[in-house]
Ligand binder design. Structure first.
Ligand code: PLP
Length: 457
C-alpha cells in the first residue's frame, strides 16, 4: 500500500538500467531504445509497473510464483531464519535445520522411490549436478563407457554450460561453444509438428521410438540416461500424447538406462500433481526441481535422487566431489518449507487437479473458436494456443504464418497493452498462471486474451 504513494521516475530508472544492467536473453540495444518495463509490486496474480499499470501475470513470473505474489508469511519465514542463522554450509560434516527438514519434507511429497535430496541454487545447477551424478553412477557401476545422455531438440534445461548442452535450443548452441561432449538430441513429441496422418496415440509411440533408434545407433552400452520435461515448457508447452512417456519408460527399462525428469517447471503442482512424472505415468531415477519449490521468492533448486542411484552413491561412492556454497542454504530452505506448507494447507495442487485446472481447460480450449487460433490445449496450469493464418479441417491442415512475420511477438505486445503477460514461442502463445488463480480470474484472463487476439487479427 505504501508503494501506491511512491512516485517513480520511470525514465531515470530505464536510463540507469540500460547504462549498467545486462539483462538475460535480451538484445541490449533494442531494449535501450524501448526502455524496460519497471515492475514495482506484486499481489496475488497481479503486478504493478512504475507507471501504475496493473498487469495480470499469466506466466507466474518465469513459471515459478505458484503461490502468488505478496505472501507475508513467506517474508516472515525468511526474516526469522535470517535472524537465527543466515548462512551455514553443509560441507565438512555440518548441516542445518531447515535443510534437513526440507529434505525430509521433499521425500514426503515426492514419489516413493525418492529418499534423498541434493540441493543447488537453481534449476541449471540441478541439471549440471545431474550430468555429473549420472556419469559418476556409471563409473561406480564399473561402466564408465556409459556416458552419453540423450535429450530432445528444443528442450530448455538451463543456461550453465551443461544446462545449455542438455537443452536443445539451436540459438543457444550457436553461442559460446563448444558444448559439453556426450550429449545428443532426438525429436520432441509435438503432435502438431510431426503427427500428420496419425492419431495422437500412434504419434506418441513413433516419437518415443526415436529414443530406441538413437540408443541402437549409439550402442546401448554407451548410453547413460535420457532426460526430458514431462510437459516441455519453454519449448512451447508441448503436451505429449498419453502413449509417449510409458513407452519411454519401457525403452529405458529395456536398456537399463537412467530416466531423468526435469521438473523445474512441472514440479510443485504446475500440472495439477506434485510431480508431472507421476501424472504422466513414469518412475524416474532422478528429478531436477527449482522454481515452484520456493515459488520463486528466493533462489533454490535441487535433485531428488532415486534409490537406485542413491544406494550406489552412498554405499560405494566415497566423496562426491561436487557442491555449491549455497547448497542447502538455510534461508532458501526456510522459504521452501513455508511455500510447501501453503501449497498443502490451501490444497492448491488438488484445486488445480479437480477444479481450476479443468475450468482453465474449458475456457482456454474455447479460444480455439477464434479465427486466429488453430489449436489450443492445456495440462493443469500450463496452456498453449497456436496462431494460424487460416484454419484447416484438421490441426494439420492449418495454414501457418510465415515465421519471419513474428505474429507471436505482435500478439504478445497487444496482450501487454491489455494488461496481461503471456509468452510467445514462435507463433505459439503460452500461459502458466499462479496456482491460486480463481475461476473469476480465469474468466478475466481468457477475456483479455480474446480481446488481444481480436487486436492482432
Ligand atoms: N529446466 C527447465 C525445464 C527450466 O524451465 C529452467 C528454467 O526456465 C531450467 C531448467 C533452469 O532453471 P534456472 O533458470 O533456475 O537455472
Amino acid at each position: 500500500k505504501q508503494l501506491d504513494k511512491v512516485q517513480f521516475d520511470t525514465q531515470a530508472i530505464q536510463q540507469l538500467d540500460s547504462a549498467h544492467y545486462l539483462h538475460p536473453f535480451t538484445d541490449h540495444n533494442a531494449l535501450a531504445a524501448r526502455g524496460a518495463r519497471v515492475m514495482v509490486k506484486g499481489d496475488g496474480i497481479y503486478l504493478w509497473d512504475s507507471d501504475g499499470h496493473k498487469i495480470l501475470d499469466a506466466m507466474s513470473g518465469l513459471w515459478c510464483v505458484n503461490i502468488g505474489y505478496g505472501r507475508t508469511s513467506m517474508a516472515d519465514a525468511v526474516y526469522k531464519q535470517m535472524q537465527t542463522l543466515p548462512f551455514y554450509n553443509s560441507f565438512f560434516n555440518t548441516t542445518n535445520l531447515p535443510a534437513v527438514q526440507l529434505a525430509a519434507l521433499l521425500v514426503d511429497v515426492s514419489p516413493p522411490q525418492f529418499n534423498h535430496v541434493f540441493f543447488t541454487g537453481s534449476g541449471s545447477e540441478a541439471n549440471d549436478t545431474i550430468v555429473r551424478m549420472v556419469r559418476r553412477y556409471w563409473e561406480l557401476m564399473g561402466q564408465s563407457e556409459r556416458h552419453v545422455i540423450i535429450s530432445r531438440h528444443n528442450a530448455y534445461h538451463g543456461s550453465t554450460i551443461a544446462g545449455v548442452s542438455l537443452g536443445g535450443m539451436a540459438g543457444m548452441h550457436a553461442q559460446g561453444g563448444p558444448m559439453v561432449p556426450g550429449i545428443v538430441h532426438i525429436g520432441q513429441p509435438s503432435y502438431l509438428e510431426g503427427g500428420s496422418g496419425m492419431t495422437p496415440d500412434e504419434f506418441g509411440l513413433v516419437a518415443a521410438g526415436w529414443l530406441e533408434e538413437r540408443i541402437r545407433e549409439l550402442g546401448p552400452d554407451n548410453v547413460a540416461a535420457f532426460i526430458g520435461e514431462p510437459v516441455q515448457g519453454a519449448g512451447g508447452v508441448i503436451i505429449p500424447p498419453p502413449t509417449y512417456w510409458p513407452e519411454i519408460q519401457r525403452i529405458c527399462d529395456k536398456y537399463g538406462i537412467l530416466l531423468i525428469a526435469d521438473e523445474v517447471i512441472c514440479g510443485f503442482g504446475r500440472l495439477g500433481a506434485w510431480f508431472g512424472s507421476t501424472l504422466l505415468g513414469i518412475k524416474p531415477d532422478l528429478i531436477a526441481f527449482a522454481k515452484g519449490v520456493t515459488s520463486g521468492y528466493i533462489p533454490l533448486g535441487g535433485v531428488l535422487v532415486g534409490d537406485r542411484v542413491a544406494a550406489v552413491l552412498t554405499e560405494k561412492g566415497g566423496d562426491f566431489n561436487h557442491g555449491f556454497t549455497y547448497s542447502g542454504h538455510p534461508v532458501a530452505c526456510a522459504a521452501a518449507l513455508e511455500n510447501i506448507r501453503i501449497l498443502r494447507d490451501e490444497q492448491l495442487v488438488e484445486k488445480v487437479a479437480q477444479d481450476t485446472g479443468p475450468y482453465l481447460k474449458q475456457k482456454f480450449t474455447a479460444l480455439a473458436d477464434h479465427p486466429l487460433v488453430g489449436h489450443a490445449d492445456s495440462c493443469g496450469f500450463v496452456a498453449g494456443l497456436n496462431l494460424v493464418r487460416r484454419k484447416g479441417a484438421t490441426v494439420h491442415g492449418n495454414e501457418v504464418f510465415d515465421g519471419d512475420l513474428g505474429v507471436g511477438m505482435i500478439c504478445r505486445g497487444y496482450m501487454f497493452e491489455r494488461g496481461i503477460i503471456m509468452r510467445a514461442v514462435g507463433d505459439r502463445m503460452i500461459i502458466a498462471p499462479p496456482l491460486v488463480t480463481t475461476r473469476e480470474q480465469i474468466d478475466e484472463m481468457t477475456g483479455k486474451i480474446g480481446a488481444a487476439l481480436d487486436d492482432t487479427l
